[in-house]
Every structure is written in C-alpha cells, then in structure tokens.
Design a protein around this ligand. Structure first.
Ligand SMILES: Nc1ncnc2c1ncn2[C@@H]1O[C@H](COP(=O)(O)OP(=O)(O)OP(=O)(O)O)[C@@H](O)[C@H]1O
Ligand code: SF4
Ligand SMILES: [Mg+2]
Length: 389
C-alpha cells in the first residue's frame, strides 16, 4: 500500500501481544486501536435531542498472518460494525486502524482501492452479495481487472479457473459461465470467497460466512477458509454467533457484548475456561461436548467456584445503553459498581483477559484469590461487594 495515505506510526502503541491474536514479537498485519462507532439516529424533529446508536466502544484487536481471530457475540453486539470499519466501509467515530504498522488514512477513491487490495470482506449473505444478472466469470474478472492482475482475456480465464479450483469449485470450466441462481448457497459463498481472493489480499474479514448456509455444508466452507488461511498465510477475522466453532477455527477469540469487548485470549482457554459471565452464558447456550463435565454442566470456573449461570433479559438498546458494564442488567453477579464504571482489563494469565469486576477492580490492582474473589493486594478477605449470589 502506498505510504501517501498513511501518517507516522510513532505515536501509536502496537498491540502486538498474544491476547490480540498472534505470538509476541510477530508484527500484526492489521490492527484496530480503541475503535468506536456511533451511528446518528434519523430524527424527525430537527430541534430535538440528537440520539446516537452506541454500536462499538473502545475496541482493539490485531490480526496476524496465518492466524484466525474469532469475534463472537449475540446479534446486535457490534461485530459487523467492527468488520465494516476494518474494511473502511464505515468511518470510525474514534480510534485508529493500522495496516502493517502505519495508520490508515484517506477516504479518496484511490486510497480505498489501494487498501481493499489488501483487506477483503466476505459477507454473511451469499444470496445478495452476488449480482443475479451476472455470471461467475463477470464476478471474478472485475477484481482481476480493477487491480490489474490480468491484462488479456486468456490471462483472465486462466486466473478465474485457478480461483475456482482454489475454492474447490470443480470442474472449474463448468462453473465459469454459471449465474447465481444456478448455484447452491455453498457454491455462491465459494464464489464470494474466490472474488475476495482474486486481489491476493493479506487480510480476510469473514462476517458470519456460514450462518446463512445449510448446516450440512457449513463445515466444508469453514474448512475451506481454514485451508486458505494456512496455505496463503491470510490474517483472518472470523465473525460468528457460535462460540463453539471459534475453538476449532480460530487461534484466538474476542467476545463482544452490546458494543463492549468483554473477554479475549487463546480460543482454547476462553472457551474451556470462560471467566466473564457473558461468555459463560454464550457457552451454556451452545453446548460443546468437549467442554461439558461428567454431570453435563459446563466446566467454567467463576468467582466463588460457581459454574454456569442463568442470565435474564435481552441485549439492551444501544441508543441509551446501560452505564458501566452493559451486561449488568442481565448479570446475576452484578454489583453496584458495575453500573457505574466499565471495568478495566484484568490479565488472567497465558494471554487470557477479561473486563469484569469479579476478577479485578477496574485497574486498581486487586488480586483474585483461589475462589476467584477479588481482594486487596496482600489482604486475605474478599471484598464485601463481590459475592452477591
Ligand atoms: N447503519 C446503521 N445505522 C444505525 N444503526 C446501526 C447501523 N448498523 C448497525 N446499527 C446498529 O448497531 C448495533 C450493532 O450492529 P451490528 O450489525 O454491528 O451487530 P452484529 O453483532 O453484527 O449483529 P448480527 O449478529 O445481528 O449481525 C445494532 O444495535 C444495530 O442496530
Ligand atoms: S462487571 Fe459486574 S455486571 Fe459486568 S459481568 Fe462482571 S459482575 Fe457482571
Ligand atoms: Mg452482523
């Protein structure tokens, strides 16, 4: 990418740690630093109060070559908004996006064209992402031409056939002339993935790439993405509702709730030992046989030694979101402090971390005792507000 549309990176702190997606020491390809997105709400009274949807708050992540980061959360938690900011389809309200260590700037067409050569998005819906009046050749030839990868008709045909083979649509010669209505959902998604690969991207942002597909073919598409990630050393953001799939598919996982990132770290650790009550709720709603104990309960240590928990209510409105930790109206462990402040990040070891007052005091360096209760450094009594249940 041209450096014209980038500023100096010296004032930014690189988020190069395992909890953000990659091994320490390896530079990230793409980073989001303290991203925030507020959507203005259309209003009919021009003199009325200007409302905003607080869709994403202070979200940071990093993507590394050959590694996948899963972004997990319920509907409306802000996953697509994060992906669209990373793809530069939406301008962040605040925060910085860094590509290869340099802040990405510029909204000019040429800047965006250069950026999208490196960062591609695969949409959730393969039915609406392909134009029904154009055939497969058209869909794949456009990016090849736009980014000057093919100069002659013969080169174009050769590269389209190679792309179709890469996404296992074979015999490729039979698919090249087909129209979207002649393809199954899985085949359409393969074409959409081939279109993203046509520009030789370094980053693939896959926004729930299998959620609209038949269950029987989801694994095939996931395995295809996994193979491409390994073979082409793609840095992959894998957005999903299904936290169990993150364990098999992504090295690292980030959990979002109502626009706030609440837990992250190596997928195995986050999924087999979830600490944040919301992550526990997600996991108990999507049982994974490997994670269940002999009694069928989720093996998930919580403060006080509790395992899973019943949560109440639904994801809140983001126009007027709950203060502090946005999960507090649903959290059975909520304490008075939870509605007043959003807890800072507590490191749990091995790159695993969470934002929850059960494990820390929002940055005032509380230790967590053997029962998981927070206590003052050096003190042996749990803080009184910790155990509400
Ligand atoms: N263009 C927009 N204008 C206003 N609000 C929006 C816009 N796009 C998304 N939102 C709101 O922002 C919040 C986050 O939406 P987003 O689509 O990012 O969530 P998501 O986690 O991807 O959900 P899903 O799993 O349903 O796809 C929601 O409250 C949504 O209604
Ligand atoms: S910070 Fe408080 S409300 Fe939020 S998850 Fe932790 S205990 Fe529950
Ligand atoms: Mg979405």
């Amino acid at each position: 990418m041209s450096t014209e549309n980038m500023g100096t990176g010296s004032q930014f702190i690189a988020l190069n740690d395992a909890s953000m997606g990659g091994p320490a020491g390896e530079p990230a390809v793409l980073e989001a630093i303290h991203l925030r997105k507020y959507y203005p709400v259309r209003q009919f009274n021009p003199l009325g109060q200007r409302n905003m949807v607080h869709a994403v708050e202070d979200t940071s992540l990093a993507l590394y070559p050959g590694r996948a980061l899963a972004l997990v959360g319920e509907s409306g938690s802000g996953k697509t908004t994060v992906a669209r900011m990373l793809a530069r389809l939406y301008e962040p309200t605040a925060g910085t996006i860094m590509f290869r260590g340099e802040p990405v700037k510029g909204a000019r067409r040429a800047d965006l064209k250069g950026y999208r050569r490196h960062v591609q998005l695969v949409f959730q819906d393969p039915y609406s992402s392909l134009n029904p009046v154009h055939n497969v050749r058209y869909h794949l030839s456009r990016p090849l031409r736009l980014h000057s990868h093919a100069h002659t008709h013969a080169q174009e045909t050769e590269q389209i056939l190679a792309l179709l083979n890469r996404v296992s649509l074979s015999p490729a010669e039979q698919f090249i002339q087909k129209y979207p209505h002649q393809l199954s959902g899985g085949q359409r998604q393969r074409v959409a993935i081939a279109r993203a690969l046509a520009v030789h991207p370094e980053v693939l942002l896959a926004d729930e790439p299998v959620s609209m597909l038949d269950v029987s073919i989801r694994l095939d598409i996931l395995n295809l993405l996994l193979r491409l990630k390994d073979e082409e050393q793609l840095a992959l953001l894998f957005i999903t509702h299904d936290i169990a799939s993150a364990r098999y598919f992504a090295e690292n996982t980030l959990v979002m709730y109502a626009g706030q990132v609440v837990e992250g770290g190596p997928s195995e650790e986050v999924i087999s030992r979830p600490r944040h009550p919301y992550t526990q709720l997600l996991i108990s709603a999507a049982p994974d046989p490997d994670r269940l104990g002999p009694d069928g309960n989720v093996v998930a240590p919580l403060a006080g030694g509790r395992s899973s928990l019943p949560a109440r209510g639904e994801i809140p409105s983001l126009i007027n979101p709950p203060g502090g930790c946005r999960f507090h109206p649903r959290c059975p462990h909520a304490m008075p402090v939870c509605s007043q402040h959003f807890p800072k990040r507590t490191e749990l070891g091995g790159g695993h971390w969470t934002h929850c007052f059960l494990y820390g005091d929002g940055g005032t360096d509380l230790a967590v005792n053997s029962l998981g209760n927070a206590q003052e450094p050096g003190g042996d009594k749990p803080r009184p507000y910790i155990s509400k249940m």
